[in-house]
Structures are given as C-alpha cells and as structure tokens.
Design a protein around this ligand. Structure first.
Ligand code: R5P
Length: 292
C-alpha cells in the first residue's frame, strides 16, 4: 500500500476558476485542439504572426530564391513564427527536430503552364496529422474559372480539419486580369470566412484595406506578393498591421531579398514590435552590411 498523503488544504473555495476568452478574432467557439494550434501560429501576447511562405514550388517549381531550400531557407526559420510549405519539402529538407508550427500546402494540381484555378485538395487529413501540422492551406479563386470547385474544396478541407482539430487557412488567389481592390478582397475574404475558413490570407491594398479586415470575422494575414524594394515591402507590412491585419505570410519579399536573413528580422520587428518601416529598413541595412 502506498503511504497516504497528508490531507490537502489548498482548495481556495473563494476563488472562482478562471475561464478566459480566446485571444483571436472570431475563434472563441472553436475546439481546444484548433485553438491550441492557432495559438502556436499567432503569438497569444499580441495576436500576431510572421509566417514564412516557401510553398511556391507546388505550381511553379524551383522559384528564384527557393532553388536550394536547405542552404538558403533553413537559416531563416528561427526568425519566423510559422513555416508555410509543402509536405514534400517538409519531409525531405526540414528536420523533425524543428518545432516551428507548420502550415501545410494542401491544394494543388495545375502548374503555371495551365489554368491555376483548376485545383484539387492534394493531401489526406491523415497525412496532415502524421506531420503534426498546425493548419492546412488551400487556394480559393473567387471570380476565377473554377471558382466553385475551389470554394467547395475549401469547405471540404474545413470539414476534414474540423474532425481532427486542424484549422484551415484560405488563400485568396487573384487571376492576372482581375482588379485587386478592397471591394474584391472584401468579397473574397468574407466568402472564405462565411464558409468556414479559420483564417485568411489575402493581399494588401492601399485604399480601404481596413474595410477588408473589419468586414472579415476571422484573422487576416497578408501575402507579400511580387518582390518589391525592401523599404516598400516593410511599409506594406506596417500599414497592413496598423489597418487590422493579424500578420504577414511573406515569401518572395523575404527570400528574393538581397539579404533574406536581414529582411526576415526587419519584417519581424515591424510585425511584433510595431517598428516603423524606416527604422526597420535601417535595421535591414545594418544587418545586411554586418553579414558581408
Ligand atoms: C502562393 O503561391 C503561395 O501560397 C505563397 O505562399 C503566397 O503567395 C505568399 O508568398 P508571396 O509573399 O511570395 O506572395
């Protein structure tokens, strides 16, 4: 027989058990697993995230800057909150000892040589659980040729993920010929949220972006888009955050920078420390010069 414990006294009957609201917009009614995964992607202290997007190869092959992920991207990972990539790159290049939350690219099909909106769900939920991912990402082509297919794919992924407590990130993809304005992004982000996406990646627009974030009931992160000068990219990230975005999911503006590590750290300062873009650009230049 084990020795009996002394009778405990620390019942604190006068202190009610705390019950906290979840920190992320629109996410309070989600299950524990979903919330825990989202809390690994978004910092619970400030509700923000800086995601490093390196999934471009799933439709465009070895994109400039991603030719050798082992050499050029792995050193950036410690400065990202989250890594967005395909299962192929995760398994072949990223060590399992890396504990950063993973957002897995779960859609695919067409290459840049074909109609991009013709996507399918490209992995099973079981593989997402095997890879211990924190969210699954899927492209949604509002206004695109295969709009309905992409929307229904997203809802199927939301249903699959909900069974296992894995959130879905809807990525609003815009056709080349389509107008990128706040009206379009309000439509696209709201449709994704209404149909169950847990957070949404979209593009920043200079005019009325705050109406996009305000009318979307779940968190929004912005994509970086095409490579632009570093100061411009930092200004875009800063403005997006100040206008209601919960973070950035940047790819080319980081890994195609002259100094990806310096840019990663500068963007991080903008997202997490509200660093002004000009100061963050100074940091970028200092770090770039130090690394020479
Ligand atoms: C789209 O092709 C991918 O989902 C990228 O992850 C996304 O576009 C973000 O990357 P970037 O900042 O290069 O636009």
């Amino acid at each position: 027989m084990p020795e009996a414990d002394k009778e405990g006294k620390n019942y604190h009957p006068g202190i009610p058990q705390k019950s906290e609201l979840f920190f992320l917009k629109g996410s309070n009614e989600l299950g524990w697993g979903m919330k825990n995964r989202l809390a690994r992607i978004f910092n619970p202290e400030n509700g923000r995230t800086i995601m490093l997007a390196i999934d471009h190869g799933y439709f465009q092959g070895p994109t400039t800057g991603l030719e050798r992920i082992d050499i050029d991207i792995l050193p950036l990972i410690p400065y990202a909150d989250t890594l967005m990539l395909t299962r192929g790159i995760l398994r072949s290049i990223v060590a399992p000892s890396v504990t950063k939350p993973i957002v897995i690219r779960a859609s695919g099909g067409p290459s840049i040589l074909k109609e991009l909106s013709n996507e399918e769900i490209a992995m099973d939920i079981e593989d997402s659980t095997r890879l211990n991912v924190c969210a699954m990402a899927i492209q949604v082509f509002i206004g695109g040729e295969f709009e309905t297919r992409s929307v229904v794919n997203m809802t199927k992924l939301v249903d699959m993920g909900t069974r296992y407590g894995i959130p879905t990130l809807a990525v609003t993809a815009v056709g080349k010929e389509m107008t990128r304005d706040a009206k379009y992004f309000r439509l696209a982000t709201r449709i994704c949220a209404e149909l169950g996406a847990h957070y949404i990646k979209t593009y920043y627009v200079e005019k009325d972006f705050e109406t996009v974030t305000a009318s979307c009931p779940v968190p929004i992160v912005i994509a970086g888009g095409k490579k632009r000068p570093e100061l411009d990219a930092l200004k875009m990230a800063y403005n997006a955050i100040q206008e209601g975005a919960a973070g950035v999911d940047m790819g080319r503006n980081i890994f195609q920078s002259e100094s990806p590590l310096a840019m990663m750290k500068a963007a991080r300062a903008v997202v997490h420390e509200d660093e002004r873009p000009e100061k963050a650009y100074e940091l970028y230049n200092t770090l770039k010069n130090e690394s020479r």
